[in-house]
Structure formats: C-alpha cells, structure tokens
Design a protein around this ligand. Structure first.
Ligand code: HEM
Length: 294
C-alpha cells in the first residue's frame, strides 16, 4: 500500500502558522464546515449520531457548536499544527479511523468535506491568500491519506479475522434482560472514599438473521447499532461497547435509561424480542463522543 506523502515544507509551514492563528475559532470553522457539507450532501447527515449533531441546550445563537464540531476541530487543527510530527497524534487518528470503520464511511466523501472546510476557513477569516488555501488543501489531502491508509488496514484485518465482516449485518433481538449494576461515583467524595451507585441496565442480546458465526471481540470493543424507523425519521446510528464475553453467537449491549440518547430511548421504549436492527462488526477500544455525553 502506498504510504501517505507529506506536503512540501513551505506548505507545512504555512498551514501550521494559519492553523495556530485560527485555533480560537476552530470549533466555529468546523461547525460551518459541517453545515456546508450536510447542505451539499444531505444523504450523509444520518450517518452521524443525531445526539452529537444537535446544538447543545443553552448555547448562544451564532456562537454555538455541536459536540461533533468540537471534537473534529480538535483533531483537524491538532493535525495541522503538528503536521510534521503526526506520530504525536496517532492515538487520535486511530480512534477516528476505528469509528469511521464501524460506520462504514465512504472514502469518496473525504475530499468533499475538505472543500467544505476550505470554504469555511475563507468565510470565517473573510478571505486568505491563495497560497494559504493551497497549503490547507495539501494538509487536508495528507490527513485524508493517513486516515484512508489506517482504515484500509483495519478493514483488511477485519476481513481476515475468523467470521469477520465489513459494513452492517441484520440482527434480531433475542432477549432483553434487566440487571442491577454498580457504578463507582468518585465525583464528590470529599473523604476520598468512592461511593457505589446502583442502576438498572437492560442487556439487549442480538443474533444475526443469517445464523452465521460472529467475530470474537475484546473487552472495550464496540459495535455500531443502526436503527431504521419512521419514528426516528429514518436511519439512526449509535455506538455501544459490547457487553460480556465474546461467544460467536450473540452481541450484547448494556443500555441504561440514564443515557438519554435517541437510539437508547428507542430501543428501551419501543423494541421487543424478535425486532430487527443492524450492527457492525466489533471495532476500536475506546469511545470518546459517547463518554462526553450529549
Ligand atoms: C477526513 C477527514 C475527517 C476527519 C479528520 C474526521 C474526524 C472525525 C472525528 C474526530 C470523529 C469523532 C471520533 C470519536 O467519536 O472519537 C469522527 C466521527 C465520525 N465521522 Fe469523521 N472525520 C472525517 C471525515 C468524515 C467524513 C467525510 C464522513 C462522512 C461522510 C465522516 C463521518 C463520521 C461519522 C459518521 C462519525 C461518527 C460520529 C458519531 O459518533 O455519531 N467523517 N470523525
């Protein structure tokens, strides 16, 4: 596989300087980039969790950004300011690549998001020199090449894995069981003693409709649950850690009413044993957005 090629030194210097200067408005640039991209490519918007593309409650009009824009701008501007030392960013890039693979993101959209980013940079700054714009384009191409390189490797590993599959498979719910779980709450323990909080979780078990065996997973790996329902306004995605030990037959998710996301609420309130949904193969080992909350 061809390794990603770095931009020229002059372009790296320009994009580093420009990204550092624009860092304070990076989330606003990312938000504008997504607004432009989703307007031009409306069919892609439902790939993102609805909860992460909603404006936060209480945000100021014109100055409010979604969780997706906050997190994405951190990665993009971190990449551009460290473009000569991307080894520092490997953990972030791998996390993004794994999540993209769990959603089966189409590579052909990456340059389109880049064009939306360039338009957003021009709009927020009121215009930049052509050389700066060209440097951003070269930086974006390098970022995309790095992600595509990683994602291709991840897909290849998945395809070579026993029972591995890429994309989404149709599953049916085989059981929904309520259990009591204990969470450690260390948020306000003045005495240094953590408190145990009890909560009811529903363990939802899914088995593939085609009866095929499932790939094994490790602790902390996740799957993407895709629901297609008129009540949800179409397809809706959310990633969840896989619960319990891997057994080739079943994927289990632990869902709690404390997680007020649209997908979790729909599963708990509307779905029953025998209903169907789509799941991806197990990917990654760390979910950022889900832990940051809605
Ligand atoms: C090539 C440049 C891109 C970068 C740097 C990037 C960056 C990111 C980041 C930082 C996340 C959050 C990862 C996390 O939750 O830990 C993310 C998630 C995601 N990205 Fe990208 N992305 C890029 C392109 C795209 C494109 C072109 C699409 C779709 C057409 C896309 C679709 C998604 C989706 C659906 C998620 C999951 C969001 C969720 O959890 O709901 N990304 N990306």
């Amino acid at each position: 596989m061809v390794m990603p090629e770095m931009p020229s030194q002059a372009q790296m210097d320009l994009v580093k300087e420009s990204a550092a200067a624009l860092k304070p408005v990076a989330p606003q640039i990312a938000q504008l980039m997504y607004d432009k991209f989703w307007t031009m490519n409306p069919e892609t918007k439902r790939l993102w969790s609805v909860d992460f593309t909603k404006m936060p409650k209480g945000g100021c009009p014109g100055n409010s950004v979604t969780l997706q824009a906050q997190v994405q701008s951190g990665v993009v501007f971190g990449f551009m300011t460290n473009i000569e030392h991307i080894d520092r960013l490997m953990a972030d890039l791998k996390r993004v690549a794994q999540k993209h693979c769990s959603r089966n993101i189409d590579y052909s959209k990456y340059p389109l998001l880049g064009e939306a980013l360039l338009d957003a940079v021009v709009e927020v700054t009121g215009g930049v020199d052509q050389s700066v714009l060209d440097a951003w384009r070269a930086g974006w191409t390098y970022l995309v090449d790095c992600l595509v390189h990683m994602e291709t490797e991840i897909y290849k590993e998945m395809q070579e894995k026993e029972n591995g599959f890429v994309g989404f498979k149709e599953f049916k719910v085989t059981s929904m069981e309520q259990i009591e779980i204990c969470n450690v709450d260390d948020s306000d323990s003045d005495d240094g003693v953590d408190e145990l909080e009890k909560e009811i979780a529903t363990i939802v078990s899914f088995q593939p409709l085609d009866g095929a065996a499932l790939p094994a997973y490790d602790k902390n790996q996740y799957t993407c649950l895709k629901l297609v329902s008129d009540k949800l306004g179409g397809a809706t995605h959310r990633n969840y850690y896989l619960y319990g030990a891997s057994d080739e037959k079943t994927f289990r998710l632990s869902l709690s009413k404390m997680d007020r996301s649209l997908v979790t609420a729909h599963v708990l309130d509307e779905m029953r044993v025998g209903d169907t949904a789509y799941l991806s193969a197990p990917f990654g080992n760390y979910l950022l957005m889900e832990t940051l909350g809605e």
